[in-house]
Design a protein around this ligand. Sequence first.
Ligand SMILES: Nc1nc2c(c(=O)[nH]1)N(C=O)[C@@H](CNc1ccc(C(=O)N[C@@H](CCC(=O)O)C(=O)O)cc1)CN2
Ligand SMILES: Nc1ncnc2c1ncn2[C@@H]1O[C@H](COP(=O)(O)OP(=O)(O)OP(=O)(O)O)[C@@H](O)[C@H]1O
Length: 201
Amino acid sequence: MINNQTTPSDRKKQLRQQLRQLRRSLTPAQQKRAAACLAQHISQHLWFRQAKHIAFYLPSDGEIDPAPLLALALALGKKCYLPVVLPSGKLQFRTIKAGTRLTLNKYHIVEPALGARARPAWLLDLILLPLVGFDLRGNRLGMGGGYYDRTLATVQGRPKPCRRRIGLAHQCQQVTALHGDSWDIPLAAIATDKALRLIGN
Ligand SMILES: Nc1nc2c(c(=O)[nH]1)N(C=O)[C@@H](CNc1ccc(C(=O)N[C@@H](CCC(=O)O)C(=O)O)cc1)CN2
Ligand SMILES: Nc1ncnc2c1ncn2[C@@H]1O[C@H](COP(=O)(O)OP(=O)(O)OP(=O)(O)O)[C@@H](O)[C@H]1O
């Protein structure tokens, strides 16, 4: 029997493919300009200026590139971290600085090798998360692994993870409305090449 009904999960997958295709189609010049604009928006924000420990990511699959901001943060003496995927389905945030040994994870994304010091998520001052898609209510579509959701989930008996979370994306990744899932961790702001917008509650 053929089942033609699409579920919310099918639609999420389809949207993910479309938005990933869209960001991959940006030219190197567009990517470079977007990364520079993003760095400008975030570097002026109080949350960045106040933060001593910041989680970044290294771009893959056309994601907006936080590298210029990472370079600035390192130059300012801030401690910077990158996500490392663990077999448990969670992320560990490991320190990145000049000379940190890097390796490729199972998704071919660069991450610090074993040995780099890790910092728990609740001791980070600011977390910059990669987005595949977003809406202006702060709903977030990620790569579908649930890594950030699992890592930042509030579990009773555990300290609260950092709430200053900024989702990063190209402006073209905005959609009218995304369906939020019960496990989605809320974003406090979204930063694109165009603006940094705080999410109102
Ligand atoms: N730059 C970056 N780093 C990151 C993330 C991210 O979204 N961006 N993550 C955010 O959570 C984690 C990795 N999460 C991922 C989850 C799923 C797939 C994925 O489905 N990739 C393949 C197919 C699977 C495979 O090859 O085994 C694909 O490209 O379709 C990739 C990364 C940690 N590091
Ligand atoms: N706190 C959690 N505990 C256990 N499983 C979870 C949790 N959060 C999410 N998941 C699982 O992860 C899967 C992927 O979730 P979702 O599609 O929201 O990922 P995503 O947010 O797009 O990905 P990512 O966080 O990797 O960028 C879901 O099927 C969900 O069951």
